[in-house]
Design a protein around this ligand. Structure first.
Ligand SMILES: [Zn+2]
Length: 206
Protein backbone atom coordinates (compact mmCIF):
# COMPACT_ATOMS: atom_id res chain seq x y z
CA UNK A 1 0.00 0.00 0.00
CA UNK A 2 1.19 3.49 -0.76
CA UNK A 3 1.58 5.80 2.21
CA UNK A 4 2.13 9.52 2.23
CA UNK A 5 1.81 12.57 4.41
CA UNK A 6 1.93 16.32 4.08
CA UNK A 7 4.99 18.21 5.30
CA UNK A 8 6.06 21.84 5.42
CA UNK A 9 8.93 22.77 3.13
CA UNK A 10 10.98 25.98 3.05
CA UNK A 11 11.59 27.30 -0.45
CA UNK A 12 15.37 27.64 -0.99
CA UNK A 13 14.79 30.70 -3.21
CA UNK A 14 12.34 32.89 -1.24
CA UNK A 15 12.61 31.19 2.20
CA UNK A 16 8.82 31.02 2.56
CA UNK A 17 7.03 27.85 3.56
CA UNK A 18 4.66 25.71 1.58
CA UNK A 19 3.36 22.17 1.94
CA UNK A 20 4.27 19.19 -0.19
CA UNK A 21 3.11 15.58 -0.23
CA UNK A 22 5.90 13.31 0.95
CA UNK A 23 5.59 9.65 0.00
CA UNK A 24 6.93 7.05 2.39
CA UNK A 25 5.98 4.01 0.32
CA UNK A 26 5.04 4.15 -3.34
CA UNK A 27 3.13 1.16 -4.66
CA UNK A 28 2.28 1.02 -8.38
CA UNK A 29 0.01 -1.99 -7.81
CA UNK A 30 -2.75 0.00 -6.08
CA UNK A 31 -2.34 3.14 -8.14
CA UNK A 32 -1.07 2.54 -11.72
CA UNK A 33 -0.93 6.30 -12.44
CA UNK A 34 1.76 6.76 -9.83
CA UNK A 35 4.10 4.47 -11.73
CA UNK A 36 4.30 7.02 -14.55
CA UNK A 37 4.75 9.89 -12.12
CA UNK A 38 7.76 8.15 -10.59
CA UNK A 39 9.30 7.13 -13.90
CA UNK A 40 9.01 10.65 -15.29
CA UNK A 41 10.25 12.15 -12.00
CA UNK A 42 7.10 14.31 -11.79
CA UNK A 43 6.24 12.96 -8.34
CA UNK A 44 9.23 14.83 -6.93
CA UNK A 45 8.78 18.00 -8.95
CA UNK A 46 7.35 20.94 -7.04
CA UNK A 47 6.71 24.60 -7.73
CA UNK A 48 6.89 27.18 -4.96
CA UNK A 49 3.44 28.86 -4.81
CA UNK A 50 5.06 32.11 -3.58
CA UNK A 51 7.87 32.74 -6.06
CA UNK A 52 7.30 30.14 -8.78
CA UNK A 53 10.65 28.40 -8.27
CA UNK A 54 10.66 24.91 -9.77
CA UNK A 55 12.55 22.24 -7.89
CA UNK A 56 13.05 18.51 -7.45
CA UNK A 57 12.69 17.50 -3.81
CA UNK A 58 14.25 14.20 -2.75
CA UNK A 59 13.53 12.42 0.54
CA UNK A 60 13.74 8.92 1.93
CA UNK A 61 11.14 6.66 0.37
CA UNK A 62 10.51 3.17 -0.95
CA UNK A 63 9.15 2.11 -4.33
CA UNK A 64 7.69 -1.35 -3.91
CA UNK A 65 6.23 -3.35 -6.79
CA UNK A 66 4.48 -6.41 -5.36
CA UNK A 67 3.76 -7.91 -8.77
CA UNK A 68 7.22 -7.57 -10.29
CA UNK A 69 8.81 -8.25 -6.89
CA UNK A 70 11.29 -5.44 -6.70
CA UNK A 71 11.88 -2.65 -4.23
CA UNK A 72 14.00 0.47 -4.65
CA UNK A 73 14.89 2.48 -1.57
CA UNK A 74 15.97 6.10 -1.76
CA UNK A 75 18.26 7.23 1.06
CA UNK A 76 19.99 10.46 0.15
CA UNK A 77 22.41 10.44 3.10
CA UNK A 78 25.38 8.39 1.89
CA UNK A 79 26.46 7.63 5.44
CA UNK A 80 23.14 6.05 6.35
CA UNK A 81 21.84 2.60 5.46
CA UNK A 82 18.43 2.06 3.84
CA UNK A 83 15.69 2.98 6.31
CA UNK A 84 13.13 0.79 4.59
CA UNK A 85 12.20 -2.76 5.67
CA UNK A 86 13.84 -5.88 4.25
CA UNK A 87 11.49 -7.62 1.84
CA UNK A 88 12.29 -11.33 1.43
CA UNK A 89 11.75 -12.58 -2.11
CA UNK A 90 12.23 -9.11 -3.58
CA UNK A 91 15.12 -7.69 -5.58
CA UNK A 92 16.14 -4.92 -3.18
CA UNK A 93 18.08 -1.89 -4.38
CA UNK A 94 19.38 1.18 -2.61
CA UNK A 95 19.90 4.48 -4.39
CA UNK A 96 21.45 7.74 -3.19
CA UNK A 97 20.14 10.25 -5.71
CA UNK A 98 16.74 10.98 -7.17
CA UNK A 99 18.03 10.51 -10.72
CA UNK A 100 19.44 7.07 -10.01
CA UNK A 101 16.32 6.12 -8.00
CA UNK A 102 14.09 6.97 -10.95
CA UNK A 103 16.42 5.14 -13.35
CA UNK A 104 16.51 2.01 -11.18
CA UNK A 105 12.71 1.88 -11.10
CA UNK A 106 12.66 2.22 -14.89
CA UNK A 107 15.22 -0.57 -15.39
CA UNK A 108 13.50 -3.04 -13.08
CA UNK A 109 10.01 -2.09 -14.24
CA UNK A 110 11.11 -2.87 -17.82
CA UNK A 111 12.10 -6.35 -16.63
CA UNK A 112 15.82 -5.88 -17.28
CA UNK A 113 18.59 -7.50 -15.25
CA UNK A 114 20.07 -4.39 -13.67
CA UNK A 115 23.43 -6.07 -13.01
CA UNK A 116 23.75 -6.92 -16.70
CA UNK A 117 22.58 -3.41 -17.53
CA UNK A 118 25.44 -1.94 -15.48
CA UNK A 119 27.89 -3.92 -17.60
CA UNK A 120 26.05 -2.85 -20.74
CA UNK A 121 26.28 0.79 -19.67
CA UNK A 122 30.08 0.64 -19.45
CA UNK A 123 30.31 -1.12 -22.82
CA UNK A 124 28.14 1.51 -24.54
CA UNK A 125 29.94 4.34 -22.74
CA UNK A 126 33.28 3.05 -24.09
CA UNK A 127 31.84 2.86 -27.61
CA UNK A 128 30.38 6.36 -27.44
CA UNK A 129 33.70 7.77 -26.22
CA UNK A 130 35.60 5.96 -28.98
CA UNK A 131 33.23 7.07 -31.74
CA UNK A 132 32.84 10.64 -30.49
CA UNK A 133 36.06 11.59 -28.72
CA UNK A 134 35.12 15.26 -29.15
CA UNK A 135 32.04 14.88 -26.96
CA UNK A 136 32.25 14.70 -23.23
CA UNK A 137 29.41 12.38 -22.35
CA UNK A 138 29.38 12.25 -18.57
CA UNK A 139 26.42 10.00 -17.99
CA UNK A 140 24.41 7.36 -19.76
CA UNK A 141 21.05 6.44 -18.28
CA UNK A 142 18.40 3.92 -19.15
CA UNK A 143 15.33 5.46 -20.71
CA UNK A 144 13.04 2.78 -22.15
CA UNK A 145 12.65 -0.35 -24.23
CA UNK A 146 10.38 0.08 -27.24
CA UNK A 147 9.89 -2.71 -29.74
CA UNK A 148 13.31 -4.02 -30.77
CA UNK A 149 15.16 -0.97 -29.49
CA UNK A 150 16.64 0.17 -26.24
CA UNK A 151 16.84 3.92 -25.58
CA UNK A 152 19.47 5.52 -23.40
CA UNK A 153 19.84 9.12 -22.32
CA UNK A 154 23.35 10.50 -22.88
CA UNK A 155 24.13 13.53 -20.73
CA UNK A 156 21.22 15.92 -20.28
CA UNK A 157 19.67 16.00 -23.69
CA UNK A 158 20.86 13.40 -26.15
CA UNK A 159 19.11 10.12 -26.82
CA UNK A 160 20.96 6.99 -27.93
CA UNK A 161 18.97 4.30 -29.73
CA UNK A 162 20.44 0.79 -29.95
CA UNK A 163 19.08 -2.64 -30.88
CA UNK A 164 17.73 -4.40 -27.79
CA UNK A 165 19.81 -7.46 -28.80
CA UNK A 166 22.97 -5.52 -27.89
CA UNK A 167 21.77 -5.52 -24.28
CA UNK A 168 20.30 -9.03 -24.49
CA UNK A 169 23.66 -10.56 -25.52
CA UNK A 170 25.25 -9.28 -22.32
CA UNK A 171 22.25 -10.28 -20.20
CA UNK A 172 22.42 -13.83 -21.65
CA UNK A 173 26.10 -14.09 -20.73
CA UNK A 174 25.41 -12.96 -17.17
CA UNK A 175 22.55 -15.46 -16.91
CA UNK A 176 24.77 -18.31 -18.13
CA UNK A 177 27.58 -17.41 -15.74
CA UNK A 178 27.62 -18.74 -12.22
CA UNK A 179 27.43 -15.22 -10.81
CA UNK A 180 25.22 -14.41 -7.83
CA UNK A 181 25.68 -11.27 -5.74
CA UNK A 182 26.70 -12.00 -2.18
CA UNK A 183 24.31 -9.74 -0.32
CA UNK A 184 21.29 -10.32 1.82
CA UNK A 185 20.06 -6.74 2.14
CA UNK A 186 19.76 -3.75 -0.15
CA UNK A 187 22.25 -3.72 -3.02
CA UNK A 188 23.66 -0.63 -4.68
CA UNK A 189 24.80 -1.32 -8.23
CA UNK A 190 27.19 1.12 -9.87
CA UNK A 191 30.54 1.17 -11.65
CA UNK A 192 32.50 0.38 -8.50
CA UNK A 193 30.18 -2.51 -7.73
CA UNK A 194 31.05 -4.04 -11.13
CA UNK A 195 34.72 -4.14 -10.12
CA UNK A 196 34.11 -5.50 -6.62
CA UNK A 197 31.23 -7.93 -7.08
CA UNK A 198 33.11 -10.69 -8.93
CA UNK A 199 30.76 -10.49 -11.92
CA UNK A 200 33.64 -9.78 -14.31
CA UNK A 201 35.58 -12.86 -13.12
CA UNK A 202 32.47 -15.01 -13.44
CA UNK A 203 32.09 -13.89 -17.05
CA UNK A 204 35.77 -14.52 -17.85
CA UNK A 205 35.46 -18.10 -16.64
CA UNK A 206 32.79 -18.89 -19.20
ZN1 LIG B 1 9.74 30.37 -3.26
Amino acid sequence: MSSRHTISFTCPACRRMFTIIKWTTISPNDDPAIRKHVMSGDLFHHICPHCGKRMMIAYNCLYQDRQKKFAVSLQADRNQPAVTPLLPGYQMRLERTLLSFVERVRILDAGLDDMAFELYRTVVMTQVKRQHPERSVLSLRFDAVEGDDIFLQAGQTEQVRLPFSSYQNIADKVKKSSFHPKVSGYLTIHGKWLQQSGILDALKQQ
